[in-house]
Design a binder for this molecule. Structure first.
Ligand SMILES: CC(C)=CCC/C(C)=C/CC/C(C)=C/CC/C(C)=C/[C@@H]1[C@@H](COP(=O)(O)OP(=O)(O)O)[C@]1(C)CC/C=C(\C)CC/C=C(\C)CCC=C(C)C
Ligand SMILES: Nc1ncnc2c1ncn2[C@@H]1O[C@H](COP(=O)(O)OP(=O)(O)OP(=O)(O)O)[C@@H](O)[C@H]1O
Ligand SMILES: [Mn+2]
Length: 310
């Protein structure tokens, strides 16, 4: 009898590149009003590539932070990392991955920041405290500094700055440190905004050494005590986050000219969350610091002006 070969593994039929970018766009618009607004200021090609990166980052974050996080184990993240390798090898496994594969063809990128992001999410599986700022910095680098590196590859640098005859070195300056700094600044802001939400899950991201410095205990934290010790501690954290914004803002001028407006916008909009925290008298336990849409829109012309002159 004729021996038929085993049927080949059934390949999942995936959506087209255009459809996949649409999915990524919807995910970005749904989850990130601030960053989505920033992407609308970009050129169409850069914009859709950022959506594909956003979608991958968000889905990575959801594995440990979303509704399905209860069933996420280290093995889930191992599989996710294998899926990442497959994306970088040009083989998308899911509909969202199709756009990222396309983006990687257009903007070749290093896989390491993507792996580091998974390592950062892994930390959330087994850590709920950070002793020192150095410990927290590593976490912030992994989950957010990496986003700065990925985004910079898409946004590109301004090479016209370096073609003048008096420039010895024609290599454009890569604002790597500044890109990482914006990720760190955003993540520190995010941590301060979400203190109450994280406390409900038994998590403290603020370094314990800082709590101690301000004589504020873990018990105070879980009771949501807002007093002068807490306010001083929060002022210290806000100041630290602002230093990272300052560093990052100095790098924006090196980006391609069409990327400066969206990045100024993202930096200013996210930075405004810190001002809202101050206005709320540092109560991040019972109130969520939130920037209304009209205020976000009002920031855009100011961001545009900065992108032209700074
Ligand atoms: C407009 C623009 C350029 C945006 C980049 C958008 C992008 C690809 C974002 C990915 C964000 C993401 C889902 C990361 C996963 C881990 C995570 C959740 C990090 C936090 C983001 C905030 O999200 P959100 O407030 O929605 O958090 P909740 O989960 O809802 O609590 C982070 C705070 C990290 C964000 C970090 C960045 C956007 C990096 C920014 C840096 C640059 C764009 C580089 C600019 C270059 C120079 C030279 C300054
Ligand atoms: N005061 C609030 N309390 C509870 N949830 C809120 C509050 N304000 C907004 N949300 C919800 O929390 C999520 C985050 O809102 P936010 O305004 O921070 O926008 P976002 O989409 O997270 O943008 P980004 O974080 O990029 O600024 C949204 O889904 C929003 O519906
Ligand atoms: Mn959000």
């Amino acid at each position: 009898m004729l021996q038929l070969p085993d049927s080949p593994p059934r390949m999942k039929t995936l959506v087209s590149v255009d459809e996949s970018y649409k999915l990524c766009r919807h995910l970005t618009a749904k989850y990130a009003k601030t960053f989505y607004l920033g992407t609308l200021l970009m050129s169409p090609v850069k914009r859709q590539s950022i959506w594909s990166i956003y979608a991958w980052c968000r889905r990575t974050d959801e594995l440990v932070d979303g509704p399905a996080s209860a069933i996420t184990t280290p093995e889930t993240l191992d599989l996710w990392e294998q899926q990442l390798e497959s994306i970088f090898a040009g083989r998308p496994l899911e509909n969202y991955d199709v756009a990222l594969v396309d983006t990687l063809q257009r903007f070749p990128m290093d896989i390491q920041p993507f792996r580091d992001m998974i390592a950062g999410q892994r930390m959330d599986l087994y850590r709920s405290r950070y002793e020192t700022f150095e410990d927290l910095y590593l976490y912030c680098y992994r989950v957010a500094g990496t986003v700065g590196l990925m985004s910079t590859e898409v946004m590109g640098v301004d090479s016209t700055l370096y073609t003048a005859p008096w420039h010895q070195n024609k290599q454009p300056y890569l604002p790597t440190e500044e890109a990482i700094a914006l990720g760190i600044a955003n993540q520190l802001t995010n941590i301060l905004r979400d203190v109450g939400e994280d406390a409900k899950r038994g998590r403290i991201y603020i370094p314990l050494e800082d709590l101690e410095k301000f004589n504020y205990t873990e018990q105070d934290f879980f009771k949501g005590v807002v007093d002068d010790r807490w306010r001083a501690l929060m002022r210290f954290q806000i100041e630290r986050a602002r230093q990272f914004y300052t560093t990052s803002n100095q790098g924006i001028t090196y980006l391609a000219s069409d990327a400066r407006w969206p990045v100024w916008a993202a930096s200013m909009l996210y930075g405004q969350i810190l001002e809202v925290i101050e206005r709320n008298d540092y109560d991040v336990f019972s109130r969520r610091a939130f920037v209304p849409q009209w205020k976000k829109l009002r920031t855009l012309p100011l961001a545009w002006m900065r992108s032209q002159v700074l």
